[in-house]
Design a protein around this ligand. Sequence first.
Ligand SMILES: C[S@@+](CC[C@H](N)C(=O)[O-])C[C@H]1O[C@@H](n2cnc3c(N)ncnc32)[C@H](O)[C@@H]1O
Length: 179
Amino acid sequence: WIFNPSDLSRDSWLFSRHYCLAMGLALSEYFCERALAPGWKRPSPVMWAGLLLVLLGEALRKAAILTAGPSFTLDVKTHRRPHHHLVTRGVYRLCRHPGYLGWTLWCVGTQVLLRNVVCSAVFAAWSWKFFAHRIPYEETLLLEMFGERYRDYAAKTRLWLPFIESPCERTEHSEWPDL
Ligand SMILES: C[S@@+](CC[C@H](N)C(=O)[O-])C[C@H]1O[C@@H](n2cnc3c(N)ncnc32)[C@H](O)[C@@H]1O
């Protein structure tokens, strides 16, 4: 709401059906396990690791929003707007999608913090599936908007989210059918 107030809508709160379903699942697992095995939910080093992931993820996502400024929008923009610039500094120097990496760490971290074994795995798989689709789509558009500048940036900066195919890494020949 600071950088793109005109984009602000009810959807900006991210309280989607999927989000509510995820929260419902997490709370169900937590309370079921606490009732069946109370000892499992007592403070442990695993919980501290979860808290660390939550704080790291939150800090990374906030740093991404502050660094990208008006270039950071909730939805993926299909056209370059006047104030949309290629961001390659700060946390964007360490990783190509710090906002998405931060979200993933935060979301898995919340489940590790609660010692929810099932939801830790489900949330990790869920986030990966979402970003495995979104990142190639977003990078295809960024390549259209910024061309070789984005390709050069991508060549120097890692994704850190594993097994996600990027259009920046595709050679021209890989799009040709096998003869
Ligand atoms: C939700 S933001 C996510 C930004 C980035 N993927 C991240 O995880 O930090 C989506 C918008 O950011 C823009 N964007 C992503 N990477 C960018 C970059 N390095 N420079 C400028 N804009 C970028 C995209 O065009 C898209 O409209």
